[in-house]
Design a protein. Structure first.
Length: 158
């Protein structure tokens, strides 16, 4: 019996695996906290968000990787597939918007924003507020401290 070899076929394969980010339907299933300006939960919310972003391979959309000399092995998705990068960035931006309060959303939303811009604006809101709050508390303490000292001076020293 002679062996029959099948005709040679050319199969073009492309590496079009689905990016993990595209599989997330509801971000609130993963991040159970809604970030609110009134509650001190920024650190918890941001840590949960970073863990989720890292697990779904989009951490670089909110925290840019350090710039180094580009090599052929370190070409980023932003350079190789800018359309996919832009789509993923829009999804991460939706994640941010979907896990913050309406008040915060109205504060940070702006036309043509990126995920990193929104992320940075939230950081600045919460850390600027901490500084303002600390200054306010320091002023309150000084007022109360001064009032207490005045009362002590008035008290008789028997």
């Amino acid at each position: 019996m002679s062996e029959v070899t099948p005709p040679e076929t050319t199969i073009t394969t492309t590496n079009h695996s689905i990016h993990p980010t595209l599989t997330v339907n509801n971000i609130t299933n993963f991040i159970k906290i809604t970030l609110d300006i009134e509650k001190s939960q920024y650190n918890t919310w941001s840590e949960l968000f970073k863990i989720h972003a890292q697990a779904y391979e989009v951490l670089d959309h909110i925290i840019p990787t350090p710039t180094t000399e580009p090599t052929s092995s370190s070409v980023s998705l932003k350079e190789t597939d800018p359309a996919l990068w832009k789509r993923l960035d829009a999804i991460v931006l939706q994640w941010i918007y979907g896990t913050i309060s309406i008040d915060l959303l109205h504060t940070i939303i702006e036309r043509d924003s990126t995920a990193q811009t929104a992320w940075d604006r939230l950081f600045n809101i919460f850390f600027d507020n901490k500084n303002s709050r600390a200054l306010y508390l320091e002023q309150e303490f000084s007022c109360h401290h001064g009032a207490i000292l005045r009362c002590l001076i008035i008290l008789p020293t028997h």
